[in-house]
Ligand binder design. Structure first.
Ligand SMILES: C[S@@+](CC[C@H](N)C(=O)[O-])C[C@H]1O[C@@H](n2cnc3c(N)ncnc32)[C@H](O)[C@@H]1O
Length: 261
């Protein structure tokens, strides 16, 4: 029987399989929360990869996402850690664009992690997302944005060629999964169109293919600084990685940490 939600559910599961390569960003959020305390707001929280361990560390967390399949996984991951932890997290199914929660202005830390800002269409939507983070923190609260900075070599590969990313066994299904993808970068707009193919099945059986299409609007460091300033934030650090190391021309990501004065 046709299940219209099956692709979204599969892609949410495969997102977690993809993220078995730990980006290494959790310690940053734990350290910042250790500094300013909770509650914490995460926009585009996905499957709760960061929100759940932050709650496990004792913080009250609100995770916002518009994809119910991702939130279902987030909820399940929190429930697995036990009621005490699950009760510290509020999952909000909503579009972050234009979002104002009832408790806006009360968060000590608000962030959008792991390139999720790129999923917003253009500069104005991305700036609005930074303003949303700013609107939700208290005076003295921190806002964090984490954005990948691809170099010329990365972008050179984004010419539509198909690239094998990995072959893994999904521990949840026992299926072999092959991830391939092709990206196309438009220099004029800074937009990368990403097509990802996940082929999964038991060895020897015909695989099932799940397709994911993403549109990423890349962002530069000057733009990120500008968005923080427009949102009334004071930039504490624009770092080159999760250890808040200095940003250099070789940095492959920008981590903005800004304070609401
Ligand atoms: C790359 S995942 C990141 C998940 C999580 N932050 C992490 O680091 O693992 C991006 C998430 O952003 C969500 N998203 C995209 N656009 C959104 C929007 N306008 N409002 C809320 N969530 C959005 C998607 O549903 C997806 O779950």
């Amino acid at each position: 029987m046709h299940d219209p939600d099956a692709p979204a559910r599969a892609l949410a599961r495969l997102y977690d399989l993809d993220l078995l390569d730990d980006p290494g960003d959790l310690d940053l959020y734990l350290a910042l929360a250790g500094r300013v305390g909770g509650p914490i707001l995460e926009l585009a929280t996905g499957s709760g990869r960061l929100a759940v361990p932050l709650a496990e560390a004792g913080y009250d967390v609100t995770g916002v996402d518009l994809d119910p399949a991702m939130l279902d996984r987030a909820r399940a991951a929190a429930d697995e850690r036990g009621r005490r932890i699950a009760r510290r997290i509020r999952w909000v199914e909503a579009d972050l664009r234009g979002l104002t929660l009832l408790d806006a202005g009360s968060y000590r830390l608000a962030f959008i992690g792991l390139n999720s800002l790129f999923l917003l269409r253009d500069r104005s939507e991305q700036a609005a997302a930074v303003a949303t983070l700013a609107r939700h923190v208290t005076d003295g609260g921190l806002v964090v944005v984490d954005a990948w900075l691809p170099d010329g070599e990365d972008l050179g590969r984004f010419d539509g060629r198909l690239m094998l990313e990995w072959v893994r066994v999904d521990p949840e299904t026992g299926h072999h999964v092959t991830k391939t993808g092709a990206a196309l970068h438009d220099h004029a707009t800074g937009v990368v169109r990403l097509t990802t193919l996940f082929d999964e099945g038991r060895p020897g059986d015909a695989p099932v293919r799940w397709i994911r299409e993403d549109r990423l609007r890349l962002i530069g460091t000057a733009e990120l600084r500008g968005m923080a300033a427009e949102a009334g934030l004071v930039v504490e650090t624009l770092a080159g990685g999760y250890d808040l190391e200095p940003l250099t021309p070789l940095s492959d990501r920008a981590v903005l940490v800004a304070r609401k004065p």
